[in-house]
Write a new protein. Structure first.
Length: 149
């Protein structure tokens, strides 16, 4: 018989009860350079050539999940944007990792490039919607090989 790892219910600011997430199976594990993956080291056991991609991807996911955790401000619009900006940045970081580490499928390469362009534009729109200046323009990868340098 397994142990019951259900977390006690927590009340949201509006008074609604929500079960706290069960993190018992997701203890932090080191990934690389002192970074931590939320319960999984995807690179463990992966072929050696894939490990740099998986490590970079894990770091992007940890950063995204950490940055998405905000303290509610009472302004749903602002809170939504503040959670979605790191979510979109995580997609950008993962798409760049795919292109940088040798994804060979031309359809997925194109999709990764589109993700980068579209998500950066959406990040800028959300930043401006909450009164922050748009991020500085950055070069957009047009060739997967350019990121592999």
């Amino acid at each position: 018989m397994g142990q019951d790892h259900a977390a006690p219910a927590a009340k949201s600011p509006a008074g609604h009860e929500h079960a706290a997430p069960d993190t018992s199976a997701h203890s932090a594990a080191p990934v690389a350079h002192g970074h931590v993956a939320a319960g999984h080291d995807t690179a463990a056991g992966a072929p050696e050539h894939e490990q740099p991609f998986l490590l970079e991807n894990d770091e992007a996911m940890v950063r995204m999940m950490t940055d998405m955790t905000i303290k509610a401000s009472g302004d749903i619009d602002r809170d939504f944007a503040l959670m979605m900006i790191p979510h979109h940045q995580g997609a950008v970081d993962m798409a760049k990792a795919y292109l940088r580490h040798g994804g060979d499928d031309p359809v997925l390469q194109r999709l990764a490039q589109e993700i980068i362009v579209e998500q950066i534009q959406e990040i800028a729109a959300m930043q401006m919607a909450i009164g922050n200046p748009a991020p500085a323009p950055a070069p957009v990868p047009t060739q997967a090989a350019a990121l592999r340098k």
